[in-house]
Design a protein around this ligand. Structure first.
Ligand SMILES: [Fe+2]
Ligand SMILES: [Fe+2]
Length: 155
């Protein structure tokens, strides 16, 4: 299993796509475990909250890493200029994803041990996770197209 760091060191590299998919799966499992109990188990709520906070820290770092001057978008554009529309769309999606993430984290901070609040959190999370998976798969497709002839890509 891929280790997800509980805290972010300034020098830590951004999570790659495989690590992000693992994190998304772990959050889904944590929410499922949490919402299976009534009343909600405080330790299960804490675990879900901590994993969502990891996502709150890691996703912006992942996006910034891709948008960096030497990051994925710039190198994909250099390799495959004909993909510029697709790359621009993906870069814009980071803003939308960051908004969804911000709203989700607000809900999480107020959820406590309220099952109705966590049911809301789960719905918001599933929307974010679906949108994010679609986004990352599109990037994986770009990697396959732009970097298929040699080494490179998102790791
Ligand atoms: Fe991205
Ligand atoms: Fe990505």
């Amino acid at each position: 299993m891929v280790a997800i760091p509980p805290t972010r060191r300034p020098s830590a590299p951004a999570l790659d796509h495989r690590e992000l998919y693992v994190l998304l799966g772990r959050i889904e499992e944590a929410l499922e475990v949490l919402l299976r109990t009534e009343p909600l188990e405080p330790t299960a709520a804490q675990s879900a909250l901590e994993l969502l906070e990891v996502a709150g820290r890691e996703l912006p770092v992942h996006f910034a890493d891709e948008e960096a001057p030497d990051g994925f978008f710039a190198s994909a554009l250099a390799r495959a200029p004909h993909l510029h529309h697709a790359l621009e769309t993906l870069q814009k999606e980071h803003l939308h994803l960051a908004e969804l993430l911000g709203e989700l984290l607000q809900e999480v901070r107020w959820a406590g041990t309220s099952s109705s609040a966590w049911t809301h959190v789960e719905a918001s999370y599933l929307l974010l996770a679906e949108t994010l998976r679609r986004h990352e798969r599109a990037e994986d497709g770009i990697v396959a197209e732009a970097f298929s002839t040699d080494e490179g890509g998102l790791g």
